[in-house]
Design a protein around this ligand. Sequence first.
Ligand code: E4P
Length: 222
Amino acid sequence: MEFILDTADAEQVRKLSEIMTISGVTTNPTIITCSGKTPEQVFSEMNAVLEPSQKFFMQTVAGDYEGILEDARTICALRPQNMYAKIPVTHEGLRAIKQAKREGLNVLATAIYSPDQAFFAAMNGADYLAPYVNRMCNYGDGVQWVRELQQMLDANGLDSKICAASFKNGNQVHELMLAGVGAVTVAPDVVRAMLDHPGTKIAVDEFTQAWKSAFGRDAFAK
Ligand code: E4P
C-alpha cells in the first residue's frame, strides 16, 4: 500500500518522510491557495524535498476539455518522472482522462463522490482513483463505498489503484488500510494523530526512569 501526504507544506513532507515511508504528495487548488504560495513556489519547494521515486500530484483547474488537457500536459511536464495530473470526474474531465491516457500522461481521477463515478474513470484508464471518503459521508457510508469500489475493480479486472482521500480522522484511514486499498492520501494533522499515542510516551519514560535508577545512565550503551 502507498501512504501519501495531502499537503502543500514541504517542511511537513520532509519531517514525516524521515520517520515514515511516504510514497508521494497530493495537492489540490484549495490546499495550494490556502498555503499562501504560488503554484510555482509549491512545486519548487516540494520538488526539492521529494526523491525522484516519490510521486507528486497537482490538479488541473480548467473546466473545459481542451483546457483540462492543456493543464494536465503542463503538470506532467514539470518533472521527468512520477508527476501526476489530478483530473476531476466531470463530463469534460472524464473525456480528458481518456485522451490524457492515450497521450501517456499519468492521471489521478479526483473529486469522486461515488463508486460508480470512480468505476467510469477506471474504464477510461485512470492510474489512480481518489474517492473523497469524508465528504462522501454526507451522502452515506464513505468507507463502505470505497470497499465496494475495490470489489468492483477486482470483479472486473480493472487495474486502476484506489487512492482514498479526504480523511478527517485516523479511524477512516485505518478502515481502508484494513480493506487493502492501493493507496491513501492523508493530511499531516491526521497522520500525526495516527502516529502519536500518549501511552507510548508514558511507557518510554517509565523504561528510561527504571534504567536510570538501576544503572545511573539513560542509554543502553555507556
Ligand atoms: C486529495 O487528493 C484531495 O484533494 C483531498 O483529500 C480533499 O480533501 P478535503 O475533503 O479535506 O478537501
